[in-house]
Design a protein. Structure first.
Lengths: 412, 279
């Protein structure tokens, strides 16, 4: 029984075990088959076998008609697995889900589509997968086609559709099936801006009579549409509550973004170079005020960068430069002596040290990649990567790469 | 009244055998629109793009029957007394492909669609049922050819003909049950499909399909222990007459077959949502 008539979804102590190796999964399945054959029932999970892990553990929440719950978390935190269990695609290994009403899920765009069939035929096919009758879907097909705005393309094979077109069709079919609970996984990220707004308007229209579970990396969307938000971390609920607080919590969790792979870094940073006849014993690192190397810094604090090298030549026009990229390959900024009022020089046989100071670091959270470039006029002497720098923040929201102090005020 | 759905780790395990069958039947009924749509789509899709797709659609299922019947007509293979050799071969090949399809189709569908099944709430039972369009169409075409051969050879069906049809239905159910069991086993032991494929590829020569096994001394034993040989032989005799079939043995075989069908459905019902995504 549900707690009350308005509650449409209840989740208690939900758990799901995954294995990194399919052989481990097969072994567990073999044990389950043996237990089933011997009619022993399913033994509760006591211990995990080597290679197994809880993809979801102790997840619990409830949802009432008219509510929308957002699920956010890093990749691999268990969001999609949770949605698959809720929509009846997978069985949990622990806990229980109670659902009152009809459900529809939009988790995988292509799932359920017959690629060789036309969009029109797929309306019937996908509708049938949602348990809706042929007559019901045929009656709704004009409305569905109008919503998709696909025009003549509705009679073309789905394999010729772009992912955006497929999303339009999938979404239109799903909402036309009048579910009581909708499970939506990140899919709205695919469509163009205008159509996404149309989908969101449709969702808003359905809010009163249906409930939503929305998985998204788009925090603005989550904040706009959800009445509460769950932050999943390693399969467990790390936070559950109001959207703003949940988003703040999630942003604060992002303290250690995954480093970009070496190959990705190399592609961003470009070619490296070192003229040992010109400069040797080069040391360079991001530092704190005490001169100690750092790999992380809070946005808004003062950032330091230290360089030391032995010059084997005398330079006429020494230039030190630190170009900075985000790990999304956005050229964020550069710190160069080239446009400094001060003239820099190096003398042959001497060791030189330089300090770069960046007050009120305006970079938004993320991992930043950079090089140190030393040149004598137009002649490069040295170009090597600096250690990646992770910028953290306690601010709830950020846009783009930079945060510049600003204010808005109403005008009368 | 709003339907209440419970999703638990032990889902289905406490359900009775009868509940299992009822549930599977209800699934097929609920998704009948999907099955019908996939049937019509599959039949239209096969050989799509070919200029003579209608020809291929008819010719391909007839090809093995025609080749083996020709061999029988030319007396390349041993023949049997009482039934025209072409009828013997055409009926044997038609039943063979039907029974083999019942075994192989669930294995192939569960294996190939398991990952996709994890992404939809569509029951695998429905996906399996929806995959039988081509097999049923091919069987219908072969039965048509068999009817033509019966007219040409002036072979009338025996009085036990309805019993023969019932036995074919029972046999198909038994092989489907076996296929469902093997489909589950194939997810746990991925070699099952390959082994079954090899056995069935050459099994046609050891199942009394094209020639009677009694013609090959030591293989005569297979007539009694190879389920394909048992069913094909018994059905052929009930439909066209010939050597009498032992009634008690037939009853026992029928009960055993229904048992295999029930076991297959039951195990598939219990394991369906547990095998999803593993592969």
């Amino acid at each position: 029984m549900m707690r009350d008539t308005e509650t449409v979804l209840e989740v208690d102590g939900l758990g799901k075990i995954y294995a990194r190796n399919p052989t481990t999964s097969r072994r567990r399945l073999g044990r389950v088959l043996a237990q089933t054959l011997m009619r022993r029932g399913l033994a509760p999970v006591a211990d995990l076998a080597p290679g197994e892990f809880w993809a979801l553990k102790d997840v619990g929440f409830s949802l009432k008609r008219g509510e929308a719950i957002g699920i956010i978390g890093r990749n691999g935190s268990g969001k999609t697995s949770l949605l698959r269990i809720l929509s009846g695609q997978l069985l949990p290994d622990a806990g229980e889900v109670r659902i009152a009403g009809r459900t529809a899920a939009m988790i995988d765009l292509t799932a359920g589509f017959q690629m060789g069939a036309s969009g029109r035929e797929n309306i019937l096919l996908r509708g049938a997968m949602l348990g809706r009758g042929r007559d019901e879907m045929e009656a709704a097909s004009d409305e569905i086609i109008a919503f998709t705005e696909l025009g003549d393309a509705i009679d073309a094979p789905v394999m010729s559709y772009s992912s955006g077109m497929m999303m339009r069709l999938a979404f239109a079919i799903m909402v036309a099936s009048t579910p009581d609970i909708l499970f939506i996984d990140e899919i709205l990220a695919v469509g163009d801006f205008r159509f996404r707004q149309k989908c969101l308007a449709k969702i808003r229209e359905m809010r009163e009579r249906a409930a939503f579970v929305l998985v998204s990396h788009n925090l603005s969307e989550v904040k706009l549409f959800c009445s509460s938000v769950i932050v999943l971390s390693k399969g467990q609920i790390a936070f559950m509550g109001e959207p703003e607080k949940a988003i703040t919590f999630y942003e604060a969790m992002q303290e250690a973004p995954e480093p970009a792979p070496e190959t990705h870094r190399a592609a961003i940073l470009g070619p490296t170079f070192q003229n040992n006849e010109a400069v040797t014993d080069v040391e360079h690192f991001w530092a704190d005020a005490d001169g100690k190397p750092i790999t992380q810094i809070q946005s808004g604090k003062t950032l330091y960068f230290r360089v030391a090298f032995t010059s084997n030549i005398s330079t006429r026009d020494l230039i030190l430069g630190v170009p900075v990229w985000s790990d999304k390959d956005v050229y964020a900024t550069g710190f160069s002596t080239e446009f400094s009022d001060q003239k820099f020089e190096a003398r042959k046989g001497e060791r030189h040290k330089f300090l770069l100071e960046v007050p009120n670091l305006p970079l938004n959270p993320g991992t930043y990649l950079s090089n140190l470039a030393i040149s004598n006029g137009v002649e490069f002497l040295y170009r090597q990567p600096n250690p990646p720098l992770v910028v953290l923040t306690a601010r709830a929201r950020n846009f783009g790469t930079f945060h510049h102090p600003h204010t808005w005020r109403p005008l009368r | 009244m709003t339907p209440l759905t419970l999703i638990r780790p032990d889902n289905r395990l406490s359900d009775s055998w009868l509940a299992s069958l009822r549930h599977l039947a209800r699934e097929l009924f609920t998704f009948r629109a999907h099955i019908a749509t996939v049937y019509s789509f599959d039949l239209r899709q096969t050989y799509r793009g070919s200029a003579i797709h209608r020809f291929w659609r008819i010719a391909m299922p007839l090809l093995p029957v025609a080749v083996y019947s020709a061999l029988a007509a030319l007396r390349v293979v041993p023949t049997v007394e009482g039934i025209p050799s072409t009828i013997y071969v055409a009926s044997g090949v038609t039943l063979w492909f039907l029974f083999v399809g019942c075994v192989q189709q669930p294995i192939a569908v569960v294996k190939n669609r398991n990952s996709e099944a994890m992404k939809t709430a569509l029951p695998l039972s429905v996906t399996i049922a929806a995959s039988f369009a081509q097999l049923l169409f091919d069987t219908a075409i072969r039965l048509g050819l068999l009817a033509v051969i019966m007219i040409l050879t002036r072979t009338a069906p025996a009085i036990t003909f309805p019993l023969g049809l019932a036995l074919i239905a029972v046999a198909a159910a038994a092989f489907l049950g076996l296929g469902l069991l093997l489909a589950i086993l194939n997810i746990i032991y991925p070699d099952v499909q390959r082994a079954v494929g090899v056995i069935l590829q050459y099994g046609i020569f050891l199942s009394g399909v094209i020639f009677p096994l009694s013609a090959f001394g030591p293989f005569r034993l297979l007539d009694d222990i190879n389920p394909f040989a048992v069913f094909i032989g018994a059905a052929r005799h009930l439909v066209f007459g010939g050597a009498p079939v032992h009634a008690t043995a037939l009853m026992l075989t029928t009960f055993l077959s229904l048992g295999i069908f029930l076991l297959g459905c039951r195990m598939f019902y219990l394991m369906e949502y547990r095998i999803r995504g593993i592969g």
